[in-house]
Write a protein that binds this ligand. Sequence first.
Ligand code: AMP
Ligand code: ZN
Length: 671
Amino acid sequence: MHDVERVRELQRKLQHAADRYYQYDDPPMPDAEYDQLFRELQRLEQLHPELRTADSPTQRVGAAVQTGFKPAPHGVPMLSLDNARDAIEFQEFARRAVADPESAVFCTEPKLDGVSLSLSYEAGLLVRAATRGDGETGEDVTINARTIRALPLRLSAAKRAVPQHLEIRGEVYVTTADFHRFNDTRTEAEGRFMNPRNFASGSLRQLDPTLTAERPLRIALYTLVDARAHGMDSQWGVLEALKAWGLPVAHKWCRRCSGNAQVQQRFVELERERERLPFEIDGMVVKLDDLAQQEDLGFRARTPRWAVAWKFAPREEATRLLDVNFSVGRTGVITPVAVLEPVVIGGVTVSSATLHNQDEIERLDVRIGDRVVVQRAGDVIPKVVKVLVAERKGAPQAVRVPDHCPACNTAVVRDVEEVAVRCPNNECPAQVKCRLLHFASVDAMDIHGLGDKLVDQLVDSGLVRTPAQLFTLDHDTVAALERMGSRSATRLLTALERARTPTLARFIFALGIRHVGEVVADKLARTFGGFEALMHAEQAALEAVPDVGSVVAASLRMWFDDAANSASVQALLDAGVCPIAPTKVQSGGTLQGCTVVVSGTLPTLDRRAAEELLRHHGATVSGSVSSATSFVLAGEKAGSKLAKAASLKIPAIDEAALLKWIAGGRSPLQP
Ligand code: AMP
Ligand code: ZN
């Protein structure tokens, strides 16, 4: 697209977004996207100044005044803040602002996600409260602001003299808890608020002040207009003065930092604190603390040069839903997966997200081609949380979970107790692949090199359908596969060889029996001590195992009673897979009576294998060194445990010595 057209398009889009945001409290796009488009427009207008119109969104802060409130002109404009999206952009800001960011003093404050408000006090009395509006003129919401309980109508002169005229600015917000409490009481028809900020803005701008009074609004102040004229010399000093006058300040989360390194540290800390804060913040505002320096730097069109809003990585972005795939899991459950136009969320590129099930699809009313908001929280799978219905063109078809399995075309069944839809065909290629992948995964048989591409090839070519068939593969067959070669084949066969002797617990887990996770598998292995015993255990015996209830027990029984399953297990055993039973402590084991602590990385045994081995020979494994410890099995990077052992004069031995010992050699503990 031509720059001219793009500029016009951006101007139109942003203007529309700002109108919806400020006038109807209903933004059509997430903030992060607005910011991104805004920056693009700024950049293009810089390249082509002739395209920058007087009413371009870059030239204004917000939107026109809504009818209904008296206009409130701002003597000193209410500005916006430049954003920094990461540490580099913050450093760029710092370098632009001061010659030596290492030694400059900054005031850092949480960036409250609410609406800004400007308060005028005359002789200590609140006389006017005005919203930001377009920055030059806001709305007079004095009556509404008076209903905010935390806001003093009269300033306190007890700690500090109160000047005759004061203009103070801050943020009106709502706590997350109050926000949810309020939304929960609202019906669909009354309308719920999308987020705490819309709530704050909508509540403050009620034409009927009694409605505002019912809303749990709060306020935190952070700016004193003409602070130097009032004898202040730092932003930190301003915050203290505001507090002294009895105004609420978010001082608990404000810091005075010297040097940009401290600012960065504080940012990381605040981002961590974020989850536990009682209100939502979307970043940290960093201001040059020295007011004289602030004055020297001055302003750009709509932002000060001495402050920046360092934003947390957004965890929500809008993108387009390109398609919905249906993935068939190990147990046949069919999950709708959104195929998305790739989008970076919080530093990670996301191209798919879960839609959970049919109920969720209906709740969201999502259609192919829709613009959707995708959320990433922690490490969980991204999910689609909202559809931007206003942007929908035409009437695209609704999405439906298919009534036949997309992999094998078998008619699906709906589980009675769950909302899930499942493919009941045990031989379904999608299920077969998932079972193989699960079987090979790190916590199961741990077969290195057996990933999804290779599993696809093995299954699609008809070479492998069951786990047992993996162990019958030969070098040449594997090497002949696409993208494989002699070396990869050798590596896979070596991994398979190693996997022939799993612990019993891993083996049970690897079978992929419904409801049998690692913990349950471990308990079963300990209780039954061998696979035969487990396979033939009665329902009652299974239920007696810790962590195994009737549901798990029934699932196990059903699995073992299935002829195909028992054949598949038998085939594994026939192929030479030999699960190692956990030791019941055998009297007379070499390590009988020893209490052992493992520390550091051992040359060949991983932690689990080492502990298994120790127990197998009669030792008790403990996590911490005490006077009861017999010896420490130490590997590389054995740290504090080894030091503690030394201080208690407890011997340490290495893996080689242990292996020699249990193979029948002399005890390394004897002198
Ligand atoms: P923006 O509108 O995203 O450009 O950000 C500027 C807005 O951040 C200001 O107008 C304030 O409403 C808000 N804000 C929240 N906390 C602070 C703070 N501690 N200092 C300055 N502005 C803040
Ligand atoms: Zn199927």
